[in-house]
Design a protein around this ligand. Structure first.
Ligand SMILES: C[S@@+](CC[C@H](N)C(=O)[O-])C[C@H]1O[C@@H](n2cnc3c(N)ncnc32)[C@H](O)[C@@H]1O
Length: 342
């Protein structure tokens, strides 16, 4: 495929992504064509053990290995929503700001997946991107993709460093910070420490993408298929908000170092599962993840691998006398939620 054809694949994808109506068949076809193009240009062998087994572990989380980072492309709604959010953020800034618009993309993976479509719309004079990626092997593939697409003039810099410790070279220049280094319930990966480190260095008005990650404690109804006909029965019942991870939260954390506060949530008051009729259905305690990518672009429950519920507890057989749950987000090893019933 020639260079023009390569760009046609990306143009076709972004057209589909920007369409407000979701045509799942067309979206899947276009996303798969995009993935195939990127795999082909990079020369990445997904099945190669050295690409699969190169996760990097840090004291506060794991950076996914090359194959797994590449495969994120086909998490359809994730990629669609991030691309739409990023597109709109750049569009909004484009109207307001002198050029170029400068993006810092932390955890770009082997393809810089989420930002390539922008290059079908803007010139390198209008858009400059710093790519930050900790995995050396991944960076090797990334460089090949950029070269093959002949878009190196959009790239201000490629930095192979740990984003949780990286010192931004020209922090006052950055207009948009993008990072998708997360899993459901913010477990395992380093979204939180990456953004804690980068946001404090950047301008106050920097646009952070995703804008907000909401984590909620909820009850899940695992018997849903049996009662699907009953419209008023929902799959989840919210109990409490555990975390709203946005710029305000990060600034507060950086000022007080107090973010890991334990939450104590009354079970008796809040959990209807203690009523017989409910307990038969709502039988799991879960953490739900909702992502506000930018403005009206959200990824909601069960729409993506990033927003499937994280099951904490099977409620069947739980001790009736437990009155409350204390729960906290632990950012050590592979981040997770620690909880205790009392
Ligand atoms: C889940 S993948 C996502 C790839 C791509 N951004 C996308 O959305 O398709 C996350 C990428 O971030 C990188 N990463 C994770 N932690 C990092 C860190 N601390 N510093 C720099 N890169 C990191 C991983 O190596 C991986 O390539």
């Amino acid at each position: 495929m020639g260079k023009i054809d390569n760009f046609k694949v990306i143009e076709k994808l972004i057209k589909e992504v920007l369409s407000d109506e979701i045509d799942y068949v067309a979206l899947k076809e276009n996303m798969e064509a995009y993935e195939a193009l990127l795999i082909n240009l990079s020369g990445l062998e997904l099945e190669d053990e050295s690409n699969k087994n190169n996760d990097i572990s840090f004291e506060n989380g794991t950076a996914l290995g090359t194959t797994w980072a590449a495969m994120c492309v086909v998490d359809l709604i994730r990629t669609r929503q991030f691309m739409r959010g990023i597109w709109k953020a750049v569009e909004d800034l484009y109207k307001k700001k002198t050029k170029p618009i400068r993006i810092l993309y932390a955890g770009s993976g082997p393809f810089a997946t989420l930002v390539l479509p922008l290059m079908t719309r803007y010139t390198a004079k209008e858009l400059q991107i710093v790519l930050l990626e900790v995995n050396e092997k991944t960076v090797g593939y990334l460089k090949r993709v950029l070269k093959q697409l002949n878009i190196e003039d959009y790239i201000a810099e490629i930095v192979c460093e740990d984003a949780t410790a990286y010192k931004v070279a020209t922090p006052q220049h950055i207009d948009i910070l993008i990072s998708e280094t997360m899993q459901h319930a913010l477990v395992k990966e380093q979204q939180v420490p990456i953004l804690l480190n980068l946001i404090k260095q950047l301008r106050e008005d920097v646009v952070m993408i995703p804008e907000k990650i909401e984590l909620k404690l909820a009850l899940m109804n695992t018997n849903m298929p049996l009662i699907l006909k009953c419209k008023e029965v929902s799959k989840y019942i919210d109990i409490a908000t555990l975390l709203e991870f946005d710029k305000a939260y990060i600034n507060l954390y950086n000022a007080t170092q107090d973010y890991a506060k334990k939450k104590v949530i009354e079970l008796l008051e809040r959990m209807p599962f203690r009523r017989e009729e409910v307990s038969n259905f709502y039988d799991r305690l879960v953490v739900l993840t909702l992502i506000q990518v930018y403005g009206r672009e959200w990824i909601r429950e069960d729409e993506s691998g990033l927003t499937i519920p994280k099951i904490l507890l099977d409620l069947k057989g739980i001790d009736e006398h437990k009155k409350e749950i204390s729960i906290s987000y632990i950012m050590k090893g592979n981040p997770y939620f620690e909880y205790e019933l009392s």
